[in-house]
Every structure is written in C-alpha cells, then in structure tokens.
Design a protein around this ligand. Structure first.
Ligand code: ZN
Length: 345
C-alpha cells in the first residue's frame, strides 16, 4: 500500500469510528470488493465504431477542483480502469474529488458505500428519469423511492440525483411517472437539506416548471447543462447551478459556450459524466474524471479568463453545493453555509 493509500485508509477508519458504524477500516485490498456494484462493473453498451483506447492524461490543473458528476461503476474501453485507480489518476491531474452518481437502487447503494470508504468520493443517489416509468409499470416505484430517501440520510450522500426529466428517451406514456418520480426526488433533497442534481434532456421548460411548482431545493444543479442563454438566465435568476460537461468542448456547441459566458460565475460547476461525453480532442473515446481538465481549459478559453482563477472558483462553488469532501470536516459539511451568491443577475 502506498503512503497515500495508508493515509486514506487511516482517515476512512476515523470516519467509520466517528460515524459509529460497523465496517472495519478499508484498506485497498479489502476495499476491492467495494470497487464494483454487485455483479461487477457495468459495461457501456455503445462500443460500435468507437475508438476504445483510453486517452492519455492531460497536463495537471494549476489548482485542484472536483468532478461533480461521474459514474465510476461503468467500465469502458480496452484497458480497464477500476474506480480506485480512476480516482488516483484524477488526483494526479488536479481532480481531487468526485461526486459518484447512482442511477438505480443498486448503483445508489454502491455510490453511498464508496463515499463512505473513500474520502475522495461523495455520493448522489436517485432513480434515473428513464428508469422511473419502468419501475412504475412494475409497481415498485414508490418502494424504491423510499429506499432512496433512506440512503439520502447518510452523511456522505450529499445530493439527490440524477433525477429530472428526459423527453428524448421517454415517450408521452411514461411522462406522468417520470414527473411524479422527479417531484418525489425534489422533496427528498429538501427533507435532507442536500443538493439536487437534475438530468434535463429535451425538457427544459417542464423541468423549470416542475422546480417552480414544487419549490426547488436551496442548492439545485443542472447536471450536464444543455441549455442556451435563455435557460442560463433562468438559472441565474433562481440561483440554480449549471454544471458544464465535455459537450462544452464540442465543435458544434457554440450555444453552450455562449450560455457559459452568461452564467453567473458563482453558479458554474464542471463535470465529466464519465464514462460518457468525453471532451475534445478525444470525443467518443472512454471518459473518466482525469479528463476533466480538457473541459475546464475550454471553459477558461470561452470565458477568456485565467485558468487558475476559474479552477479556484469551480472548487469553491462545488464545496458550497456539496459540502467538504474531507471526512474530518464531516460534522458540519452536510449542510454548508447558504450560498454566498450575489444579487446581481
Ligand atoms: Zn450522469
């Protein structure tokens, strides 16, 4: 075990003790069993025609920050990168922590477990909007939402997500279940005083309408922000965070970069959504949190802003939304101070 891993294990042990929970201190070997959900890492289904070699590590960022949305339970590509190795590789280029996001009960449970055992991870738990109609049809949506609610109370679960609306993959007949599931997730986030991570695909207006109807949590994040300047202004008005993903680097996304320039600086976050949405110049290849610097550099470029200034601000914004990653600061970290957000639009 490296010195670094020993230190992490020692810190994880302190967390376990302070939380009064049973699990023994995980060191790397013991933790192996936790590095994948039951049944192993999930495979990405779309490998046809893609270059499956893993891109090299970019130059490290000058100031460390966080990837606030990734799915480490997926394997993709020719060479495997297990979740702990992925975190090591991210840390080496200045991506010091990750929000690991669940999409169903199994991955949500696993996300919570990984966050408990590794100080570089915080968890988000939810049933994905495209899962909701299927679960409703099977008659188990409300039982599973109750379980998400239970998971959301854990100290290192700092967001409910990804939830929201997806009118691209879910047709008319699934919308009622999707909206009902989204509303319940919003209530769970509010009841626990944690952030909300929204998946919004081709559903901007209905997402906004739902947030306003139900009442948005204090810290609401549009994950993989896909809106234009109009939606960015709506987010500005309500103090909703906008998380920019690899799509920001795509040649065909000038509208997204324009939205970034409109977004209030204190509401901007960055993410990979790994293993999806790999940033340029590696679009289509396997994604992982260590590739976040490509997106952040493109953001600095679009904003015409020094890279270190942007990194510093993204790091501060991220901790304001999710609290501290540091297990030693865990006591006060779950409900960070209200956003130091200015009034100006
Ligand atoms: Zn995602």
């Amino acid at each position: 075990m490296s010195a670094d891993a020993s230190r992490r294990a020692a810190r994880a042990e302190r967390v376990d003790r302070s939380a009064g929970s049973a699990p023994a201190a995980p060191h790397r070997a013991e933790a192996e069993g936790r590095t994948a959900p039951p049944g192993g890492l999930r495979k990405r289904t779309t490998s046809e025609g893609r270059d499956l070699t893993r891109p090299p590590s970019p130059e490290p960022l000058p100031i460390p920050l966080y990837d606030n949305h990734a799915h480490l339970e997926f394997e993709d590509g020719i060479d495997q990168l297990d979740p702990l190795d992925s975190l090591d590789r991210a840390g080496a280029v200045g991506v010091r922590g990750v929000v690991q996001v669940g999409t169903d009960l199994e991955t949500s449970r696993w996300s919570a477990q990984l966050a408990q055992s590794d100080p570089r991870v915080l968890a988000a738990v939810a049933l994905h909007p495209n899962e909701a109609p299927k679960l409703f049809a099977q008659g188990c949506l409300s039982a599973q939402l109750s379980e998400i609610s239970r998971l959301a109370a854990q100290p290192r679960v700092r967001a409910v997500g990804e939830t929201g609306l997806d009118f691209f993959r879910t047709g008319e007949d699934g919308r009622d279940a999707q909206i009902e599931s989204f509303e319940t997730h919003i209530e769970i986030a509010k009841a626990n005083g944690i952030a909300l991570q929204i998946h919004d695909r081709d559903a901007h207006d209905e997402v906004v309408a739902t947030l306003l109807r139900v009442g948005a949590p204090e810290r609401t994040v549009f994950h993989c922000f896909s809106g234009d300047t109009r939606l960015a202004r709506i987010c500005n008005e309500h103090g909703w965070y906008m998380s920019f993903a690899g799509t920001t680097t795509f040649k065909n996304a000038p509208a997204l970069r324009e939205a970034l320039t409109v977004a209030r600086p204190e509401l901007v976050l960055a993410e990979t959504d790994a293993p999806f949405l790999t940033p340029e110049p590696y679009r289509g290849r396997p994604n992982a949190p260590y590739l976040l610097p490509h997106t952040v550099r493109r953001m600095a470029d679009a904003l015409d802003e020094p890279l270190d200034t942007l990194c510093e601000r993204i790091a501060a914004n991220t901790v304001r939304v999710y609290g501290s990653w540091d297990p030693d600061a865990a006591a006060g970290a779950r409900n960070p101070e209200p956003a130091a957000v200015g009034d100006s639009a």
